[in-house]
Design a protein around this ligand. Structure first.
Ligand code: GDP
Ligand code: ZN
Length: 299
């Protein structure tokens, strides 16, 4: 067979260094050249087809956005070209503020818009306390949408579908928050599609922990990423961090020292806002932690 060059497709699933790329109506199993593994779900790639259902990724088109997390040693791509992030939290079990805030910071740094989806509002005992906790984020102008995937599926769809139109949206959340339930509501036949993707990706090993993209129409996609416990942001520099905290931005020019780190400097406008209660101590503590992580980066 003659090799076809210059085919363009979208990466719809990634597992290790194996990728599934959608090209029109067909899906090709792809690998990268050599040991390169810098391809992410959502990437638009150029392929060289090597068999009817296999191809090599030759190059990655320029990305609109790139979301990733990292530890001390390396960064891990979450998804490319996403335009918005849905953080799924719930009344029960309790969610982690640390994870929510880290996801918000990652999205800010990548130029990705965020919505917080509060699921399981039918569990009314925990609702006031959960709303109270989320007021920190709504106060920073992150929209919070209250839904119940299980008890109000139609209302939940009606609330979320309009937000998705024309966007590539990644959903993240700790396990148990109801992310799969939401995906099943928003993506027709999501479970079947996932089984097909899994089979095509690793020929029957039934991997469930991989990121996948569901195209709803030509302009709209939903990306489901497996739950994770750690959301390291070692890759963000101090300069990126201070701007990724929305509430710091209006104060950035106002510190006594132009190169203020907003940690313990005299005359710091950010610390003054923490003292006066305008900036949440929890958010400033996270900023401190992230500056520390940033300084520990080994790559
Ligand atoms: P995931 O781990 O985030 O993907 O969460 P799942 O979608 O698997 O849901 C976790 C559990 O929460 C399951 O038992 C769901 O039935 C339940 N659940 C999902 N949505 C709701 C909801 O709106 N209300 C209640 N009460 N339970 C829900
Ligand atoms: Zn300062």
């Amino acid at each position: 067979m003659s090799e076809k060059i210059g085919i363009i497709g979208t990466v719809i699933a990634a597992h290790g260094r194996h990728y599934l790329v959608q090209v029109g109506a067909s899906r090709l199993q792809c690998v990268t050249r050599g040991k390169k593994s810098d391809v992410a779900v959502g990437d638009i790639v150029k392929l060289k087809q090597t068999s009817p259902d296999q191809a090599v990724i030759e190059s990655i088109n320029e990305r609109k956005t790139l979301l990733y997390r990292s530890d001390q040693f390396k960064s891990k791509l979450l998804a490319a070209n996403v335009t918005q992030l849905f953080i799924v939290v719930a009344t029960e079990p309790g969610f982690s503020d640390d994870l929510v805030s880290r996801a918000l910071i990652a999205a800010e740094a990548a130029g990705v818009k965020t919505h917080i989806i509060l699921n399981k509002i039918d569990i009314t005992e925990s609702l006031p306390r959960t709303r109270e906790r989320l007021s920190l984020y709504s106060g920073l102008d992150y929209p919070v949408h209250a839904v119940s995937a299980r008890t109000m599926p139609d209302e939940t769809c009606a609330a979320l579908k309009p937000l998705l139109n024309g966007h590539s949206t990644i959903l993240i959340g700790q396990s148990g928050m109801g992310k799969s339930s939401l995906i099943n509501l928003l993506v027709p036949d999501a479970e079947l599609a996932t089984r097909e993707i899994s089979a095509a990706l690793d020929s029957g090993k039934h991997t469930t922990t991989f990121t996948r993209l569901f195209a709803l129409d030509a302009e709209t996609a939903i990306i489901d990423s497996p739950g994770f416990q750690e959301f390291g942001l070692y890759h963000l520099s101090e300069g990126m961090l201070e701007r990724a905290f929305r509430e710091f931005r209006p104060r950035l020019g106002n510190c006594k020292f132009y190169n203020c780190h907003h940690l313990n400097e005299p005359g710091c406008a950010v610390l003054a806002a923490v003292s006066s209660g305008e900036i949440s101590p929890m958010r400033h503590a996270l900023y401190q932690q992230l500056v520390h992580e940033s300084s520990q980066k080994l790559y």
